[in-house]
Design a binder for this molecule. Sequence first.
Ligand code: ACO
Length: 402
Amino acid sequence: AVRIGSLLKDTGKVTYDPGFANTANTSSAITFIDGDEGILRYRGYPIEELTEKSNFIEVCYLLIYGELPTQEQYDEFDARLRRHTLVHEDLRRFFTAFPYDAHPMPMVSSAISALSTFYQDNLSVFDDEQIDLSSIRMLAKMPTIAAMAHRKSEGLPVIHPDNSLNLVENFLRVNFGYPSEPYELDPLAVKAMDQLFILHADHEQNCSTSTVRLVGSAQANIFQSISAGVNALAGPLHGGANSAVLEMLEEILASDDGAKSYMERVKNKEQGVRLMGFGHRVYKNYDPRAAIIKKTAHEILERTGGNDEMLELALKLEEIALADDYFVERSLYPNVDFYTGLIYKALGFPTDMFTVLFAVGRLPGWIAQWREMINDPETRIGRPRQIYTGEPKRSYTDISER
Ligand code: ACO
């Protein structure tokens, strides 16, 4: 077969595709999306079935190893995740050095990048055992790191993980527990967190995952590649949208003009004003994740007595949008981020943490994609081309003559 690279070299042609909207950079067996039909499957399993019957730990295993685990495989995987939750004390000290008001996303990405400094002897990208160990370390330490960033931003002491708890239970403990007391788990919170993590676990070649693959294609290790993915996710058009939705709802509630007037600003394309949590590069139909989350948002807010006013506003915005030509013509529907913030808020997370929660959920996808990339014989270093629009050749003018 002729490789595309040499084909283009021979013809001197390049494709111009801003945002890679029509360009496949890889083949992948992990996640299937049909954006027109609103279908999302991990390794062939529909997201609806996984959120109903499975749990996040099992989904991590499925994404990374390709099959649902047997009971024995599950127990071993779960035990390994519990064993690796602690981070080096020196890594913990990083958090005291960050400014008191630092956003948790850059704290998390810095800490993940720093993991490569603590495991220098185990970072070969050609050794399956080392890759597996790094994957487990990454998964197990991420909740600890994320919670450290959260507690730092609130001036609260770090809570050590309790290895009698699983990954999701522990995550709630290290975020909301008290240092010397056992943590009382709220089954509804565990279930909601688990479900949200499953829904975020992978989404094929989105911006952050493509970043992980691109950085990894230079044979950067798993921690460096994932740290880059966290930074990509931080942008407001990607993972940052979940907190932007909540800020938008707060802004509308605080204004005198209300939802309709905000929608007019959106439709007039006022600079920086979009209906956050709406629209998607791939889904031109209802995002199947949003449909599941919408239901959970109702349940959680009912049980926790959360902010109904905000949920009502979100429902109203959706209703207006789905009946409005501007949104209909552009196939703009709620995406995964439209309702998640309401749940995170009801669970007690500050708005700045929302994107970190997305990152915790997306982690198994990044790991699975990085591993698939590194093991794919077709992988070449990512190196897009460009259309040069600068000056033609010209001669240097001495500074005294300019
Ligand atoms: N509100 C208002 N108008 C919108 C919105 C929106 N949320 N999203 C898209 N549009 C409009 C654009 O202005 C554009 O209109 P035009 O054709 O008149 O120029 C048209 O719809 C197409 O939009 P693009 O920006 O070209 O679509 P793209 O695929 O590049 O962007 C994106 C997708 C970034 C998700 C976009 O819909 C958006 O900004 N949404 C709001 C932010 C958001 O919710 N992001 C989360 C995405 S999901 C995730 O990352 C997990």
